[in-house]
Ligand binder design. Structure first.
Ligand code: NAD
Ligand code: ZN
Length: 249
């Protein structure tokens, strides 16, 4: 990793009073969860078309058995621990270096690492809720893992449970809060996102129009590389953050 690039990122973060971090699937690959677009991602192995059709609210409502067969195979995440990068971001928040993490991830790893101000826009795969209006039954993923049938049902009313994740065809969660948090940042740091998934990529693009410092740490290109003050191309995000933090002491 280029020491000058790391130092520059450190300098920008040190001078900022309001740094917001945006994370995507790339921050969790080091924890053992594959992203969508990387080498082992399901967009490569299955094709984007198939994924968007299956991981869709219409598919969930129309054929819950097919939906859950797919969902159980690819989205019941292995029991993994937060990566070094998740842990460092939690420490950075505690030290007042970053203000919030807006994430596209659904794996709950920022929360597990101890980050307090996490704004998830695609939900949380650890939670399942009852689809019956008025029934407020919610359970953790253990309930679904241990459920005897493919389609998990509510133990109160027998209705189908839905994962608390945003499927294709559904609006994102925390739309306004995520947008306002990103737009009001003094420095925006994007980690592990191709910046191609909307509307979050649009929020980041709105921020770029403000001409504030914009840092990207990502393996490979993103859609907004041209707008970055500094871009660090690495798959060793934890190591990079560790080195950057040395410039912040
Ligand atoms: P993406 O798959 O579009 O992009 C991830 C980016 O991270 C890629 O550019 C990849 O090259 C890069 N990357 C991979 N490993 C990296 C590493 N170790 N360090 C730095 N960069 C790395 O991800 P996205 O933009 O977040 O969008 C994918 C969508 O899929 C999101 O909507 C998200 O909700 C969902 N998703 C979530 C998870 C999760 O919760 N962990 C996993 C897969 C997909
Ligand atoms: Zn119910």
């Amino acid at each position: 990793m280029d020491a000058r690039t790391l130092e520059k990122i450190g300098e920008i973060l040190a001078a900022s009073k309001n740094t917001v971090v945006v994370t995507g699937a790339g921050i969790s690959t080091e924890a053992g969860i594959p992203d969508f677009r990387g080498e082992n991602g399901i967009y490569r192995t299955l094709g984007e078309d198939k994924v968007t059709k299956l991981l869709n609210i219409r598919a969930f409502k129309g054929d819950p058995v097919a939906f859950y067969k797919f969902y159980r195979k690819y989205f019941t995440f292995p029991m993994v621990k937060p990566s070094l990068a998740h842990n460092i971001l939690a420490e950075m928040e505690e030290k007042g270096i970053i203000r919030a993490v807006v994430t596209q991830n659904i794996d709950n790893l920022h929360q597990e690492a101890g980050s307090k101000r996490v704004i998830p826009v695609h939900g949380n795969a650890e939670r399942f809720f009852c689809t019956q209006i008025g029934c407020d039954f919610t359970v953790g993923s253990d309930y679904v893992r241990g459920y005897a049938e493919v389609v998990p049902k509510c133990s109160r009313c027998g209705s189908i449970l839905k994962p608390d994740v945003v499927l294709f065809g559904e609006p994102i969660q925390n739309h306004r809060l995520a947008h306002d948090t990103i737009i009001s940042a003094q420095v925006l740091l994007v980690i592990g996102s191709s910046l191609t998934v909307f509307p979050l990529a649009g929020f980041v693009s709105d921020y770029c129009a403000l001409d504030q410092d914009f840092i990207i740490i990502n393996k490979g290109p993103t859609a907004l590389d041209y707008a970055a003050t500094v871009k660090l191309d690495t798959g060793n995000t934890g190591g990079a953050l560790e080195e950057i933090c040395e410039y912040l002491l």
